[in-house]
Design a protein around this ligand. Structure first.
Ligand code: ADP
Ligand code: MG
Ligand code: MG
Length: 918
């Protein structure tokens, strides 16, 4: 019979897939001998079974749960549902990947009208018993029976108002008993069902609800936003309860072994005394800073500090720990690798290498490349702050800056962002329902909650600026108004947030580029030592090139020359060229452009001194340079003294039904060779000047959109001719390479022919994806979204390189090209060049470099280094496995098959591992 339920004692941290992250780590902590309440896990396989079995647990699983429950009773020396000595449990969800707040936890399960009395008697604390009971009914009612949280809160508030008290802790036994009755009535009223008294029924219903929540909207949204797929489901942990709400020597808290916002190696956390479960995270009472615990319960604090160290050493990573203290006894209820900002991730990784806790390679693998994006983003300009009106200051929950109009709910946030506005989501507190709004917003602002509140944790994960706990600020969500210190702000007011200081400002503050800091520099240096791929940048202007060099670009992989034509004074001349009746006219216009283009190249070369620079010749269809609006046409007609009619006629002539497949790229230059002549001259004259000034540049000229070698030859002739001309005119010698983009499928397929002529290839994977998949780059969004939802494509192929299709074309091209030119230089210059999984692919297929926009350079570098390390680790693992197989085979050959193969393998594995550790 398949095993669907595991005792915590049967698991360890390697079993995440099966036990979920929470269950695997609880098991591991028990192995480590930490104080963890006992319990068991209903596995993710059971969840999978549940969905295949029409959302029924089935007899087999129920039986296994029952058996483990009996074991748990023995271990705890308590009986589930017993009226004298009842066992209470928590029911907690936990998938293989942590999904904070995605699925709900039920505490105090096992309470009913009978057992509550038993608890009261046994603890001598009736208040505690009924406080636990009302919490249980509320959680169970909300999570399992779908009665909205607010209704319960309303009742609670009403009783508090009647008694004129503020805190839940001030409620007495009588109040709590009354609340329990009102809660039960509420459930009956809303669900037409009675709150279940049978504890096994409670347990089954709870497990059922956790499995059911795997496919609720919030969970699905979370998985979609985080690209989580391929999981079986969630596991359910059933764990003996410990109580933080037993009085003033009890409490509960959340802590991080290091600061998750800055990365500082300082214990960090919050707790509440006489509280249970989510009280800290929910932001109902404002929690205390962890160090205060030292004053209240010094022994527990000391023990917690010891556990902090143990856990960090054991997991070799910053841990996010949940704990509860029951009558002075500390229990650990969860540990996991903590979510952190990119800034913290970099600092923690670098610090841990310097503390000899991990290797450089491990440090590199710890950082999500995409997250570096946060570091490169803007901050509020310090000088703008001094003149700004500061409204209030909350807690700096997630760094960065945000400027935008205030919105008060998810719908408004999404709607206004879709309409092109920038917004800041303001909420009293956030809950998982708000995730899509948080995702859409520039930043998040809350009035309640601490550094570990939902808003704070999720925002840090998203890399979004977030300020929480602005208690001076009143948010009237329904009226869509914020009031603070006498001021009022509505939907159209702009505010600015500083997530690094917690300040909130009125109006729009200026933002500045961030500075990267020495930890970042160190990390980048390590990636430089490890990676094989070079990382170049796509840069069209000197400004881009400068930024790129600051971020560590090793050259330019794509300079789109057309971008030099769009500036106001230049586009006129370009239009003049396009509108010319004949070659003569075109040449005259091009002659005016020549010095401009030459000086652009010269500036670029100067900045890129000694590095390679790839200049791509004109690519877009000509009509992109012509005006579209009537007003513009009139202006041009006047300026150029050409009749309106003629301009319109020309625009009509240039119109194409499929411009992306039209008269563009080398096709344009083949029909108008004078364009290539001018561009060649501009490049070579600029190079000549650079050389005369004693500098150098590695020049590469790139012909776009080649699908047929004859196209390439045609252009190469022109380039060669002009090069010779310039050499003799300027009396200098220079070297250059000439190559092509591979972006037309025919180009990839005939790469052997093309490589005979071309000295390098750069994969233009934007166009290659468009033409390989047959998806228009400009219009595909309409159906691609649906495609991805349906799983037809897993990811948008314009964002993440489609390995099976486009990737295969690349491989074909590489193999064919290498047949005729062994050392052909290979790169990529599509958007994919800065996307981590695509970069990894580029490493595997053996490209020499990737080229991406300046802001993505660090991401590409990190991804390229990770690709090398992952490859190496994979090989080591394979060798290791092969070694075990060989040894087993050897033993069997010599001694026969006395011992079953699996057992033998296990034995050999252990011996080899021990040998390795020595
Ligand atoms: P989440 O995944 O949202 O963090 P958890 O399953 O960790 O949810 O549960 C939330 C909180 O409930 C825990 O941090 C802890 O405070 C409380 N809790 C869970 N199980 C127990 C237990 N066995 N005893 C006491 N408190 C518990
Ligand atoms: Mg939760
Ligand atoms: Mg938790």
């Amino acid at each position: 019979m398949e095993k669907f339920v595991y005792d915590f004692k049967e698991g360890d941290k390697s079993m995440k897939e099966l036990l979920g992250g929470k269950g695997a780590n609880l098991s591991e902590m028990i192995l480590m001998g930490l104080p963890v309440p006992q319990g068991f896990v209903v596995t993710t396989k059971a969840c999978d079974f549940y969905y295949k079995n029409k959302k029924e647990l089935g007899e087999n699983i129920k039986k296994q749960i029952f058996e483990k429950m009996v074991e748990l009773q023995k271990q705890m020396n308590k009986q589930f549902g017993d009226k004298d000595n009842p066992l209470l449990v928590s029911v907690r969800s936990g998938a293989a990947v942590s999904m904070p707040g995605m699925m709900d936890t039920i505490l105090n399960l096992g309470l009913n009208d009978e057992t509550v009395k038993g608890i009261a008697l046994k603890t001598g604390n009736e208040r505690f018993a009924y406080d636990s009971y009302r919490r249980f009914i509320q959680m169970f009612g909300d999570v399992v029976m779908n009665v909205k949280h607010e209704f319960f809160e309303e009742i609670l508030q009403r009783i508090k108002n009647e008694k004129n008290i503020r805190n839940d802790t001030e409620l007495n036994v009588k109040d709590l008993k009354k609340i329990v009755e009102l809660y039960k009535e509420l459930i009956k009223l809303k669900t037409k069902r009675i709150f279940p008294n049978d504890v096994f029924e409670q347990l089954e219903m709870a497990i059922d609800a956790v499995f059911g929540s795997w496919n609720n909207n919030r969970a699905i949204t979370y998985r979609r936003l985080n690209n989580i797929s391929g999981l079986l489901g969630t596991a359910v942990n059933v764990q003996a309860m410990v109580f933080g709400n037993m009085g003033d020597d009890s409490g509960t808290g959340v802590c991080f072994t290091r600061n998750p916002s800055t990365g500082e190696n300082k214990f960090y956390g919050e707790f509440l005394m006489n509280a249970q479960g989510e009280d800290v995270v929910a932001g109902i009472r404002t929690p205390k800073e962890i160090r205060e615990l030292n004053k209240i319960l010094p022994d527990s604090y000391r023990e917690l500090i010891e556990i902090r160290e143990k856990l960090e050493k054991h997991y070799k990573d910053m841990q996010d720990i949940e704990f509860t203290i029951e009558k002075g006894r500390l229990y650990i209820l969860q540990t996991r690798n903590g979510k952190r900002t990119a800034q913290a991730a970099v600092k923690i990784a670098v610090d841990m290498v310097e503390e000899d806790l991990i290797t450089k390679e491990e440090a590199i693998l710890k950082i999500e490349p995409e997250s570096l994006d946060q570091l490169l983003h803007e901050q509020i300009d310090l000088s703008a702050k001094s003149n700004a009106e500061i409204l209030t200051k909350g807690l700096p929950a997630s760094p960065g800056a945000a400027v935008g109009k205030i919105v008060f709910n998810v719908e408004d946030a999404k709607e206004r962002v879709e309409a092109g506005e920038r917004v800041i989501l303001a909420r009293i507190e956030t809950s998982p329902e708000d995730i899509e709004g948080m995702d859409a917003a520039q930043g998040i602002l809350t009035t309640r909650g601490g550094m570990t509140s939902h808003a704070a944790v999720v925002a840090r994960g998203m890399g979004k600026c977030c300020v929480v706990g602005c208690s001076e600020l009143v948010i009237r969500e329904k009226d869509k108004i914020i009031e603070v210190n006498g001021g009022r702000f509505g939907e159209d007011s702009i505010i600015s947030l500083d997530g690094s200081s917690g300040e909130v400002f009125a109006g729009k503050l200026d933002l500045v580029e961030p500075k990267l800091g020495c930890n970042f520099e160190k990390l980048m240096q390590w990636t430089d030592e490890i990676r094989k791929l070079k990382v170049r940048t796509n840069a069209d202007t000197p400004a881009d090139a400068k930024t790129a060099i600051k971020f560590g670009a090793e050259g330019i992989g794509l300079c789109r020359t057309e971008h030099m034509f769009f500036e106001a004074d230049r586009i006129k001349i370009v239009r003049e060229m396009i509108l010319s009746e004949n070659e003569q006219g075109r040449r005259e216009a091009l002659n005016k452009i020549l010095p401009m283009q030459k000086s652009d190249f010269y500036e670029l070369f100067k900045i890129m001194d000694k590095r390679p620079v790839t200049i791509r010749f004109l690519d877009p269809p000509l009509h992109e340079f012509l005006p579209k609006e009537q007003k513009e046409i009139e202006e041009i007609s006047e300026e150029m003294d050409i009749e309106n009619k003629i301009i319109k006629k020309k625009i009509g002539e240039l119109h194409e039904f499929n411009p992306m497949l039209g008269h563009r790229g080398c096709r344009l230059a083949i029909t108008y060779p004078e364009i290539s002549e001018m561009q060649s001259r501009a490049v070579f004259e600029a190079v000549s000047q650079i050389i005369k000034e004693g500098k150098t540049i590695i020049l590469e000229i790139m012909i776009p959109l080649v699908g047929n070698v004859e196209e390439f030859k045609n252009q190469k002739e022109i380039v060669k001719k002009i090069a010779e001309e310039v050499k003799s005119e300027k009396k200098v010698d220079f070297k250059y390479k000439i190559g092509t983009m591979i972006e037309v499928p025919r180009g990839a397929i005939t790469a052997d022919e093309i490589a005979k002529e071309a000295e390098f290839f750069s994969f233009g994977t934007n166009d290659l994806t468009q033409m390989c998949c047959g998806f228009s780059r400009d219009d595909s969004n309409k159906f691609l979204k649906e495609y991805i939802k349906l799983g037809i494509y897993k990811r948008d192929p314009f964002q993440v390189l489609d390995r099976k299709g486009v990737g295969e074309l690349m491989k074909i091209a590489i193999n064919k090209a290498r047949l005729v030119r062994k050392n052909i230089k290979l790169g990529i210059c599509g958007e994919h060049g800065g996307e981590p999984s695509s970069v990894e692919f580029c490493h595997h297929i053996g490209l020499d470099y990737v080229s991406c926009s300046p802001f993505r350079i660090p991401i590409a570098k990190l991804a390229a280094a990770q690709a090398v390390i992952k490859e190496k680790n994979k090989k080591i693992k394979e060798n290791h496995e092969k070694l075990i197989k060989d040894v087993v085979l050897g033993i069997q050959n010599k001694f026969g098959h006395l011992i079953p193969k699996e057992e033998l393998e296990k034995e050999v594995k252990e011996i080899i591992n021990i040998e390795r550790l020595k």
